[in-house]
Design a protein around this ligand. Structure first.
Ligand SMILES: C[S@@+](CC[C@H](N)C(=O)[O-])C[C@H]1O[C@@H](n2cnc3c(N)ncnc32)[C@H](O)[C@@H]1O
Length: 176
């Protein structure tokens, strides 16, 4: 994938920095503290604060959008994907990485009588704690289709046991 990249939900900027080695990239995040940190840590890269509902860029501004472990944290996941779709140029790609419930872990929990794990909580800056969204790959495929994307590739990897204890799926989707 070539072209201009938007790292949508760039956090402290580590992934944005990795992307900057091969592509021109802008990192945006709703959290001003994270954006300030990223701007200091990676001064050569452009970072900006975005609204929870989106960016002020015109339609079709980027060739690639990366959303790395963001969809679980946004207030409106469908809106996040619609905004990504609006911002992508025709033929562009969204690279979406998300946590999904660990089938193996939940199987083991049910088998040992502990039931399915409760969704984790997180506290957005200056907001009340809320639950993380946790989607299965199938639910994300449906979300992607509903928001105008065509899933083109999928990969899956596990967090090491004892960290987040979830699976993560990496899904690449083309803009229709
Ligand atoms: C788990 S962090 C991931 C950060 C980064 N992508 C990484 O992998 O290091 C999730 C990020 O999503 C951001 N976020 C939450 N809601 C957002 C929204 N509506 N638009 C953009 N970023 C958002 C949070 O502020 C947080 O920095």
């Amino acid at each position: 994938m070539k072209g201009e990249v938007l790292d949508f939900g760039s956090g402290y900027g580590d992934i944005t920095f990795a992307i900057s080695k091969t592509h021109p990239v802008l990192g945006v995040d709703v959290d001003p503290e994270r954006v300030t940190f990223a701007g200091k840590e990676y001064a050569a890269i452009q970072f900006a604060v975005c609204r929870p509902t989106g960016l002020d860029f015109p339609d079709a501004s980027f060739d690639v959008i990366t959303s790395v472990v963001v969809i679980g944290f946004v207030s409106e996941p469908e809106n996040h994907l619609r905004e990504a779709h609006r911002l992508l140029r025709s033929g562009g790609h969204l690279l979406l990485v998300f946590q999904c419930p660990s089938v193996v872990r939940n199987l083991f929990r049910r088998w040992t009588g502990r039931g399915t794990a409760e969704p984790a909580m997180w506290t957005p800056s200056a907001e009340e704690p809320r639950r993380l969204w946790m989607f299965s790959p199938k639910e994300v495929r449906n979300l992607l289709r509903r928001t105008g994307f065509l899933p083109v590739a999928e990969d899956f990897f596990y967090e090491p046991p004892g960290t987040l204890e979830t699976g993560r799926t990496c899904s690449s989707a083309g803009r229709n």
